[in-house]
Design a protein around this ligand. Structure first.
Ligand code: AMO
Length: 420
């Protein structure tokens, strides 16, 4: 490794000669003196120099004396520097990365993502996303879950045939996985409690601020549940753990973006779908985005919660693996979790008996053959189980207040975007 200290550590070395390395964030020429601001993964460091400075985004190594200076970032700066340029950029960045507010519209940012994401405000959501995933893993590990990795090239659609990407798999038709649904269920038969953090693919024809063609799904599945409420309790723990991790690991990003993080109630309020329909005066078998926003505001008003469960969605609107409510079979033991006006999670209890699966497929007019591999799990005995999937980009968007989900993923894939 190139021997250096990080900008965040400079103050501990006051009076000593040290070496830092990073990118030229900004050059500033004043009347009698010039400054170079160097950016590394922990922040910014100011270097006092003469003229003839390397251009923005040059990669440099700077050796200098750490000198106290209250106005500088971190209260210190490097004086009497020796500057070595490790890489010179071929072109200036597409916009000024040192401006506090990003001086470019979203399409420009996305077109130049490899360099645009270096802007501290554009990087911050990705730090929050990373901390969230770490918290998800920590929480589920603590609760006895095992992390699994399932195929992303699959033989059949899981959620519905509509938005699946077909591919050519050595001359055979195959699909990109829309969800690890079937495999996470099968792995309950092995580990009882499993989770996966991975990409899922949806050929979403809509060009919306909340849909991507590839997103990161935080999936969990657990056996020996009494019903969906046990799954909801685990989800509550996961969300609380994700927030605790964001507070702990991504504090600078939270501060930079000026975020107010939500509290997770000990028990997240829940309304049954029929009640949600009544509240929103809806006769439809599903909730539209406007109704979800309305219900979120209602939950905040009535229960002081930014999270709301809607339970008991109609069976007709849920996938074939969904367990019905034994008391009201037209409704499911399935739920959604709404967060700040948006559907963040879908989950529920699943069917677990083999004959219930064959009956459910028959009732939907679906052949059994494409599901043979999946159905093996149930043929050989599966406990009552359930699980959920949380969309990482939606989570980060709601936490950071991003208007568009594309601001919370490094290289979004959508109807129009396949590169960078
Ligand atoms: P569902 O299809 O509802 O459920 O997806 C779960 C969650 O994933 C997110 N999401 C998306 N995020 C970005 N772009 C998209 N195109 C997109 N589609 C969905 C949402 C959503 O709540 N197998 C079930 C889950 C389960 O029951 O365990 C499933 O995939 O946040």
């Amino acid at each position: 490794m190139i021997s250096r200290i990080l900008s965040a550590e400079l103050a501990e070395h006051t009076g000593r000669r040290v070496t830092i390395a990073g990118w030229v964030h900004r050059r500033r020429h004043l009347k009698s003196v010039s400054f170079l601001v160097v950016r590394d993964r922990t922040g910014l460091a100011q270097v006092v120099t003469g003229s003839g400075l390397p251009g923005e985004e040059s990669v440099v190594r700077v050796t200098g004396t750490v000198t106290a200076r209250p106005q500088a970032p971190g209260g210190v700066e490097l004086t009497e520097p020796e500057i070595e340029v490790l890489a010179e950029p071929g072109a200036p960045p597409p916009f000024d990365l040192y401006r506090p507010v990003v001086p470019a519209a979203l399409p420009t940012v996305l077109d130049h993502a490899p360099v645009a994401l270096r802007h501290p405000r554009l990087r911050a959501p990705l730090e929050i996303s990373a901390a969230s995933v770490a918290g998800f893993r920590e929480t589920l590990d603590r609760l006895g879950f095992t992390e699994i990795h399932t195929p992303k090239i699959v033989a059949s659609a899981t959620e519905s045939g509509a938005n699946v990407f077909g591919i050519d798999y050595f001359g055979r038709p195959a699909y990109l996985a829309q969800s690890p649904q079937f495999y996470k269920q099968a792995m309950v038969g092995v580990f009882e409690r499993v989770y996966e953090v991975g990409p899922v693919f949806r050929a979403e024809p809509h060009d919306t601020a909340r849909h991507l063609a590839q997103y990161t799904s935080l999936d969990a599945e657990l056996g020996f549940v009494a019903d969906h409420r046990d799954v909801m309790a685990v989800l509550r723990e996961a969300v609380a753990g994700m927030l605790a991790s964001v507070r702990r690991r991504a504090a600078p990003a939270v501060e930079l973006l000026g975020l107010t993080l939500p509290d997770v109630p000990a028990e997240i309020p829940a309304v049954h779908f029929t009640e949600a329909q009544r509240l929103t005066s809806s006769g439809e078998p599903d909730l539209d985005p406007a109704q979800e926003r309305w219900l979120s505001e209602w939950a905040l008003r009535e229960h002081g919660s930014e999270f709301l469960f809607v339970t008991g969605y109609p069976m007709a609107k849920r996938p074939f693996y969904t367990h019905p409510d034994p008391a009201r079979p037209a409704y499911s033991n399935g739920f959604d979790l709404l967060f700040r006006g948006l559907e963040l999670v879908t989950g529920g209890q699943r069917l677990h008996r083999y004959e219930d699966y064959t009956a459910a497929l028959a009732a939907r007019g679906e052949p059994v053959e494409p599901y043979e591999g999946y159905l093996q799990a149930f043929r050989y005995g599966m406990p009552p189980h359930g699980g959920f999937a949380l969309g990482l980009e939606r989570w980060t968007a709601r936490l950071t207040g991003a208007a568009n989900i594309r601001e919370t993923t490094a290289f979004p894939r959508d109807l129009h975007r396949l590169s960078p």
